[in-house]
Design a protein around this ligand. Structure first.
Ligand code: HPA
Length: 250
């Protein structure tokens, strides 16, 4: 049983955990991962944007990354996303547990089922984020005294530009709560390969039009990120493959 944490903007290591860097080649390209050592030997860490945030959201090789995790034997993933807050229920610098998404990305390699030899597969997205991992995140956050807000719908945009105020107004009308550039196709690629996937978003700004200009709020961000990583590690430790749900492939 191996688990993974995918870190987004601002998360480039797992503090206090000794790791070994590994480059993994597969038919989709190359992925760089860190393998935990000692007590954390079953934990894989992947930093989505590369070591020094060198890969923009639309250029991330999502398929190489997710395939690499699968080939390492990963069965459960917790991912983090830096986002803009659209709805009032998801305040800046407080964690949001993702439950659903609206995918506005385009032009990305977004499926493993686009080559004839793999056949045709349709991954079900009724519950895109594993309900067990999400529920455990809420439960443990309460126990750790961390503020979390459940039930967020993530709007995935293509980036790398930010949105216009009219776009944010539209996403708000469609039920979007937070906006970011990377959860799609990541979440459904993991589903296509049968891995369960939970996610926590950290709003770092109010979305366009909600303030005069986009302002990135740093505040106690390092402290929040450290707590978020510790929470995700605990969530993975306190859940099992048996109780986690994987989207169905039809
Ligand atoms: N929009 C899109 N992606 C983001 C934002 C935003 O406002 N903030 C952080 N990532």
């Amino acid at each position: 049983m191996t688990v993974a944490i995918i870190g987004g903007t601002g998360i480039y290591n797992l503090p206090g955990i000794e790791v070994e860097e590994k480059h993994i080649r597969n038919i989709y390209g190359e992925a760089m991962v860190y393998l935990g050592k000692g007590e954390y030997k079953d934990v894989v860490f992947l930093t989505r944007h590369g070591v020094k945030h060198t890969t923009p959201p639309h250029k991330v090789n999502y398929r190489a990354n997710i395939r690499a995790l699968k080939d390492l034997g990963v069965s459960r993933i917790m991912a983090t996303y830096a986002v803009g807050a659209i709805s009032r229920g998801y305040p800046v610098l407080e964690l949001a547990v993702l439950r659903d998404f609206l995918d506005f990305t385009s032009g990305r390699a977004f499926s493993f089922f686009d080559e004839i030899e793999r056949g045709i597969g349709h991954v079900e997205m009724s519950k895109p984020f594993c309900p067990t991992l999400s529920a455990k995140t809420i439960e443990l956050a309460l126990r750790h005294g961390i503020n979390v807000h459940d039930g967020a719908t993530y709007v995935a945009t293509n980036g790398p530009r930010f949105e216009s105020p009219a776009e944010i107004k539209m996403y708000q009308m469609l039920g979007g709560d937070v906006v970011g550039m990377t959860a799609c196709p990541e979440v459904y690629l993991a589903g296509e390969l049968g891995m369960s996937f939970g996610a926590v978003a950290l709003p770092i700004n109010l979305a366009a039009g909600l303030e005069e200009n986009i302002t990135i709020h740093e505040g106690n961000i390092d402290e929040v990120r450290a707590k978020m990583i510790a929470l995700m590690l605990d969530v993975l430790k306190e859940t099992t493959d048996e109780e986690c749900q994987v989207p169905i492939l039809l």
